[in-house]
Ligand binder design. Structure first.
Ligand code: ATP
Ligand code: MG
Length: 291
């Protein structure tokens, strides 16, 4: 095995947890070739001057701030909670979750004002403190390092502030959400100064790859047939990334159109296209978009 090469970029990712799988997928999709294994502390990359380091997610903000590593992928929630002096470069569109306030199902607490003077268990003390302070609600925060959802049952607290994505952990522990503190997703962060000229140059290349993967995820490639005379209408419905590719069909007066549609307005757009007379609509995923 090769050792760490000091001239290379160092990217810290979560060693084992909720972000690990999707982070690795994202890096592989970006064309970085490396093997991940649970036993390893870091991986060398075959085709890019970067080393991937596997760390506890809580440690990553500090390591990036201090320049022990150059780059990191963590949840935005850790930026809100720890407020490290780092640069956020990109939202990565996975690892979605929210920090929420929850109470036992049978609790009399209905709204956050009812939490006045109560004990609240959390591993997000700063985010919680800020939230209640801004609303002028006095609470007693009990700081714990994990498994907050069990503390009401243990009698340690009347409520918790914890991360939740689908709400299934809350449900399982007979808790219900009272209010959301904030939303979070995975983010790509960098040390503020760092960077030799070489590292700067390769960070630019890495960003281009990451953005390519991200925009591909947001778009679908669409092919359809339509009568030629509705083309102006189609152009209005599909603003597109660029102007559509148009080819004549054997069927007189008909054309084939190829374009790119944004994921978030995808169904709306398809319905509109069908309604005005497009047919034979084929949708394909896009691997990368480089503009
Ligand atoms: P580590 O051992 O690395 O300290 P951890 O227990 O602190 O792990 P995980 O529970 O694996 O962390 O969560 C890592 C990140 O995943 C969170 O900080 C958050 O950004 C994100 N995440 C996504 N969905 C959820 C969820 N349902 N619950 C908790 N975190 C989530
Ligand atoms: Mg952690």
């Amino acid at each position: 095995m090769n050792g760490l090469n000091n001239g290379n970029l160092k990217l810290a990712i979560q060693k084992e947890g909720r972000l690990t799988g999707e982070t690795l997928d994202f890096l592989w999709k970006s064309g970085l070739e490396f093997e991940a294994s649970k036993q390893k502390l870091f991986s060398n990359c075959r085709n890019f001057p970067i080393e991937i380091l596997y760390l506890r997610d809580n440690d990553i903000p500090k390591y990036v701030e201090e320049g022990i590593v150059d780059l990191g992928i963590i949840g935005q929630n850790l930026l809100y909670e720890k407020r490290p002096q780092v640069k956020k470069l990109l939202n990565l569109r996975f690892g979605f979750c929210s920090l929420v306030i929850a109470v036992p199902d049978d609790s009399p607490i209905k709204k956050i004002q009812d939490l006045k003077y109560s004990k609240i268990a959390t591993s997000y003390p700063l985010s919680s403190k800020k939230f209640f302070k801004e609303r002028n609600i006095q609470v007693e925060l009990v700081e714990i390092s994990g498994s907050a959802e069990i503390s009401p049952a243990l009698g340690v607290a009347q409520a918790i502030v914890d991360l939740s994505s689908t709400g299934s952990t809350l449900l399982l522990n007979e808790l219900r959400m009272v209010e959301k503190v904030y939303d979070s997703e995975a983010v790509f962060i960098a040390n503020k100064q760092l960077f030799t000229q070489r590292k700067k140059q390769f960070l630019e290349k890495l960003l281009l790859r990451f953005k390519g993967v991200l925009s591909a995820k947001n778009y679908k490639y669409v092919m359809m047939n339509a009568p030629e005379n509705i083309l102006p209408e189609i152009k209005k419905i599909v603003p597109g990334l660029k102007s559509p590719t148009i080819a004549p069909l054997v069927k007189v007066g008909w054309i084939s159109i190829q374009t790119v549609i944004k994921e978030d307005i995808f169904w709306e757009t398809i319905e509109k296209l069908k309604k005005i007379g497009a047919s034979g609509i084929i949708v394909l995923p896009i691997e990368k978009i480089i503009t």
